[in-house]
Design a protein around this ligand. Structure first.
Ligand SMILES: *Cc1c(COP(=O)(O)O)cnc(C)c1O
Length: 397
């Protein structure tokens, strides 16, 4: 018997969501998450995955996962600190550190988990965290796990960050102060102003923390946003995910040996949650080897992104201020954005509408995620659909 208070809570809230058209129905894929996907028996050009380099279906990763699974089994059997650390985990962490250009790295079960792990391992009562207002949900939750005071600053507003950093430091109220930012912001595709953030951090003795989930594998020859700006030895915490460009699942924190030693001693997901399975780790190692061996996939990704962005602009759409392959097509009105995305779906293009409250009111957009695997023909199909639907809805002429 369900509790009465739970039943009425669920009924009321689910009804509300459905009435507002905010209840998300999920269509399962009947295919791999490649550049073309199959759902409900139909094929779509896929512009919604984070599989930037196409590695999620790469045969070299699949083979590595299969071989490691045959050799070591499907599970690691324990948390890292008991005996769930395989030599494979150590190898992955050494490769990640070399790839990022840091002294050390430590792997976690997801990018989300990295933020659960790392922020609360160093920040606590008497500390303050300066956080960009558009930071990812996992950063917000990671901050909530601490007793530190969280101070939000305007999105990439460096004057605001400087003023709040100065005020926090000069108040004398806080011992440690951290500044946290996404490396690449996933809704607009803009890049954090890391050179200025580092200058401000050095002026006010801030700990620097960059969650580079969308930058890793994409910017800086694949090493990420921090490398892109040449700041590898001036950022304390670099978070990366193994589930976007790397194509598998997991996350990591890269930094000095001391940072990593401390996370291995104190971060809760490392201590209390079973480590990544052997097949996953082996696939991630293969992905890092591929990214270090050749820039071909990154080049194709950027070429495809440039092609799509140029095509959308030529049709008369705005892609906002993206500086990365993330390609928003700005529509504005929430309802119109939903309708636009639904019409693209009917035309065989899978690109998600992103609206309030995920982005500010009136800035609805259809977000496109081109990958290295898309062909020009696929992108042309998408652009033709954008043209047709854009005309239909009176957005372009
Ligand atoms: C996607 C994302 C995450 C979560 O990464 P997962 O590996 O999918 O858990 C964390 N932070 C940011 C900024 C992200 O974009």
């Amino acid at each position: 018997m369900a509790s009465k208070t739970l039943s009425s809570f669920l009924l009321q809230n689910l009804t509300e969501l459905r009435e507002q058209g905010l209840y998300n129905t999920i269509d399962p894929l009947e295919s791999p998450n490649g550049p073309v996907i199959r759902m409900k028996g139909r094929e779509f050009v896929n512009l919604s995955s984070n599989n930037y380099l196409g590695l999620a279906t790469d045969k070299r990763l699949v083979d590595a996962a299969v071989q490691a699974t045959i050799r070591f089994g499907v599970g690691s059997g324990a948390v890292r600190t008991i005996n769930g650390t395989l030599t494979l985990h150590v190898e992955l962490e050494e490769k990640l550190a070399a790839f990022k250009g840091t002294e050390a790295a430590v792997a976690f079960q997801s990018g989300f988990n990295c933020n659960m792990a790392a922020i609360s391992a160093v920040m606590g009562a008497g500390d303050a965290i300066l956080s960009d207002e558009l930071n990812h949900a996992s950063i917000i939750d990671g901050c909530r796990l601490t007793k530190a005071k969280v101070i939000r600053y305007g999105h990439s507003d460096m004057a605001d960050l400087r003023a709040k950093a100065k005020e926090a430091r000069e108040s004398g109220a806080f011992e440690k102060i951290m500044v946290i930012t996404d490396g690449v912001f996933s809704m607009d595709g803009d890049i954090a102003k890391l050179p200025e953030i580092v200058d401000i951090a050095e002026a006010y003795d801030l700990i620097t923390y960059v969650d580079d989930a969308h930058g890793s594998g994409v910017l800086g020859g694949g090493a990420g946003t921090v490398k892109h700006f040449g700041l590898s030895d001036r950022i304390d915490f670099q978070i990366g995910t193994l589930s976007k460009a790397v194509g598998v699942v997991g996350g990591y924190v890269a930094g000095t040996q001391e940072v990593v030693d401390w996370l291995k001693a104190r971060s809760r997901p490392f201590l209390f949650s079973t480590s990544l399975p052997p097949g996953t780790v082996a696939a991630c190692i293969a992905a890092i080897d591929i990214m270090q061996g050749s820039k071909e996939l990154q080049e194709r990704l950027w070429e495809n992104a440039a092609y799509l962005q140029k095509g959308l602009k030529a049709l008369g759409f705005s892609t906002g201020h993206t500086a990365t392959p993330i390609t928003p097509c700005l529509i504005g009105d929430e309802e119109k954005t939903q309708r636009f995305s639904a019409r693209l779906y009917e035309e065989g293009i899978y690109a998600k509408a992103i609206v309030f409250p995920t982005v500010p009111k009136g800035t609805g957009r259809v977000r496109n995620m081109p990958t290295a695997e898309h062909t020009t023909e696929m992108l042309d199909r998408a652009l033709a659909a954008y043209e047709k639907v854009g005309r239909e809805l009176g957005m372009i002429r």
